[in-house]
Design a protein around this ligand. Structure first.
Ligand SMILES: Cc1cc2nc3c(=O)[nH]c(=O)nc-3n(C[C@H](O)[C@H](O)[C@H](O)COP(=O)(O)OP(=O)(O)OC[C@H]3O[C@@H](n4cnc5c(N)ncnc54)[C@H](O)[C@@H]3O)c2cc1C
Length: 504
């Protein structure tokens, strides 16, 4: 193909891959897909990204950018549409800028959470980057563009980034915020710049390839305290949700610093289904086994002093007294506390990735790779008003629906703001079990449809759900179509990705 020759000339042949092993790997997700990939191209810098996309336009060959390709449960490296070329940006892995006092770091798309952690540790920074509960080798930029979820104070990261460098679908280059001015001093510290702000159109979209971004960091707290509690049923959970909402609204607990996990998510973290105990049967019901399906709450207090921490602890203890089965606080001086390795202080861990092996019977490998190991994972990411009653009502529907498809409901709720919570619903299964792929997708689609009908629209989509949303009731879809047509007249960039306005 002429287009491949053109890219080979630009990037050299080792960065234009068409071998069967590579293609088969990028065509594999954690659920069934049918999209074929023509090739993988690997530009080495921003200028090459620009040239690659110009070639794509010239030959009318669509490009699907990935940064690290670990979008597990949402499509991994697989494009939304058939016959794309995957542009792998992992070679763009420079940390471009960093400022201790102003607490920011500027990175390229190949930079991972692990890389930023090691960088800050090595220079003995007093700052940390909120990391995700997902893969340490995920890309900071890609995760942000997906409006992914980090842990801790700045974990709702899309709100704490600025200064994007973006290659447009035609190959042109722009800088957001103040970045367009040659001598601007405030690019890494101001989100809005002056005039219309366009950062937002590059997240969850197919309107540009982000080749640089500034991400804001959090000071390592002088005093850190975490607390855990348990509630044994839905009515206690509903009460607890409402108490936590008030504690966040008044500022005792920071936004994005409290999580609820159900018992199945907790168990799956260890990655093992109780095959022996159940004599090989599925699904597993803790309700049947122990008569209860408890929920676990975990909060984190990031404080400027011990006095502050203890005062906040007192308020929380008073608010939760008699409302939870157990309330345990541990601080950084507690020798039994694993805080030194705490993911909530910016230390990446792949512990949660083990949960993708929950239903697998193989030994969990050291090098976790759910795509390779046929681990079935499907995420459904819902957003709710921070209100106990509708959340718990929805949980009842979710749990019974997932059980009716013979899976365990694996659910977490992240209190991302004082007004809304994110709910992560995972369907974890073994792709090698006959028809498990289709059963899992049917379960996912069923839930998605139910909640869209109820007015709970997902806040993040995977390639499995890009075309599942209702048409806009106003002219929004048309506006997006106009912008896309203007920026990408050949529809060359990531066709179908968060593009609700086109062919459904
Ligand atoms: C057990 C488990 C736990 C998880 N926990 C979390 C979690 O806590 N928080 C969370 O957010 N996610 C989580 N995930 C989901 C996922 O693994 C992460 O979101 C991960 O960061 C995505 O992979 P990546 O960073 O390599 O992005 P990529 O796969 O590289 O990119 C994701 C998408 O963004 C687009 N994109 C990528 N780079 C660019 C670019 N430079 N310009 C334009 N578009 C681009 C592409 O369309 C791509 O498909 C979890 C997954 C599993 C299985």
């Amino acid at each position: 193909m002429d287009v491949l020759l053109a890219w080979q000339e630009l990037l050299s042949s080792e960065n234009v891959l068409t071998d069967e092993k590579t293609i088969s790997a990028v065509q594999t997700a954690t659920f069934a897909t049918t999209q074929r990939v023509l090739a993988v191209i690997r530009p080495g810098d921003r200028a090459e990204v620009q040239e690659c996309i110009k070639i794509a336009n010239q030959y009318q060959t669509p490009i699907y950018p990935i940064s690290r390709g670990k979008n597990w449960g949402l499509g991994s490296r697989v494009p939304v549409k058939d016959n794309c070329v995957v542009m792998d940006l992992s070679r763009l892995d420079r940390i471009v800028d960093y400022h201790e006092k102003l607490a920011y770091i500027t990175v390229e798309p190949g930079v991972t959470f692990q890389q930023v952690f090691e960088y800050l540790r090595d220079i003995q920074s007093n700052l940390f980057l909120s990391v995700i509960g997902g893969p340490p080798e995920g890309s900071v930029i890609a995760n942000t563009l997906e409006r992914g979820d980090g842990i801790g104070p700045l974990g709702d990261r899309i709100n704490y980034v600025c200064g994007f460098e973006v290659v447009l679908p035609t190959g042109e280059l722009i800088h957001t915020g103040f970045g367009r001015f040659a001598n601007a001093k405030t690019t890494p510290v101001s989100r809005w710049g002056v005039g219309p702000s366009v950062d937002g159109i590059f997240a969850q979209s197919n309107l540009g390839i982000v080749t640089q971004m500034t991400v804001w960091l959090t000071p390592i707290p002088k005093y850190y305290l975490s607390f855990n509690c348990i509630v044994k049923d839905h009515s206690r959970l509903q009460q607890l949700i409402d108490i936590i909402q008030q504690l966040i609204l008044q500022g005792t607990i920071k936004e994005n610093c409290f999580n609820f996990w159900n018992c199945y998510k907790f168990l799956a973290k260890e990655g093992r289904y109780p095959w022996q105990l159940l004599g090989g049967k599925t699904p597993f019901s803790l309700q049947e086994l122990k008569g209860t399906e408890p929920w676990f709450g975990t909060g984190d207090l990031y404080c400027a002093s011990q006095e502050q921490g203890l005062a906040e602890r007192k308020i929380i203890e008073e608010a939760l007294a008699g409302r939870v089965e157990q309330l345990i606080f541990s601080d950084q001086e507690d020798s039994s506390s694993p805080l030194k390795d705490d993911i909530r202080l910016g230390i990446p861990s792949n512990i949660n990735i083990k949960s993708t092996y929950w239903r697998k019977k193989i030994k969990i490998p050291k090098n976790l790779d759910p795509d390779r190991d046929a681990c079935g994972v499907l995420w459904l990411c819902l957003l709710f008003p921070f209100d106990g009653q509708p959340i718990v009502e929805s949980l009842r529907t979710i749990e019974s629906t997932i059980k009716s498809y013979q899976f365990e409901p694996n659910i977490a709720i992240n209190c991302s703001t004082s007004r809304s919570v994110k709910m992560f619903i995972a369907i974890m299964y073994d792709r090698q079990v006959l028809e498990a792929d289709s059963r899992a997708m049917a379960c996912h689609d069923h839930l998605l449809q139910l909640f869209v009908q109820e007015g709970y629209i997902p806040y993040r989509l995977g390639i499995q759900s890009m075309h599942s949303l209702p048409t806009a009731q106003d002219d929004y879809d048309q506006l997006i179509r106009n912008i896309k047509n203007q920026l990408d007249p050949n529809n060359i960039l990531a066709p179908g990705r968060y593009d609700f306005s086109r062919d459904k």
